[in-house]
Design a protein. Structure first.
Length: 141
């Protein structure tokens, strides 16, 4: 064996022993906490496995706009306080949604679920609204 090979094995062994030592002493890395602290102002929230599965289910929106035509409030008027259901469904189809910038006034929704009834892909819009609200609350804490 060459000297370079021995040195490489020594480095690998040393790294392995270091990692085992950290695990045995239960020393945790502050990486996640530091990440959350650094990027909280950017509106980045952690997503659990269940959240990622929900996002996958929510991403079936085609962007046809039928949910907007089925919503009685959207037909009356669209303001900045009440973003249309199609906008929110399409926004969740992106890689990492910007929950901080999604505006939806939950008090305005009449809970009639007409938007879900007319959706051709049966996107659970009411569940989307609740999901967005929960993530926005996580940003505030």
């Amino acid at each position: 064996m060459s000297l370079k090979t021995l040195y490489a094995f020594f480095k690998i062994g040393f790294q392995l022993l270091q990692r085992i030592g950290k695990r045995l002493t239960f020393r945790k890395s502050p990486r996640l906490e530091q990440f959350l602290k650094n990027y909280q102002a950017d509106g980045i929230v952690t997503l659990s496995r269940e959240d990622k599965e929900k996002l996958n289910r929510f991403s079936h929106c085609l962007g046809c706009g039928l949910c907007d035509s089925g919503c009685p409030l959207t037909l009356e008027s669209t303001t900045l306080e009440s973003t249309t259901p199609s906008y929110l469904a399409m926004a969740l189809s992106r890689g990492m949604p910007d929950f901080a910038f999604m505006t939806f006034n939950k008090a305005v929704c009449q809970d009639c679920r007409h938007c879900e009834e007319v959706c051709p892909t049966k996107v659970p819009l009411k569940e989307i609204f609740n999901f967005i609200e929960s993530k926005k609350q996580a940003l505030l804490t």
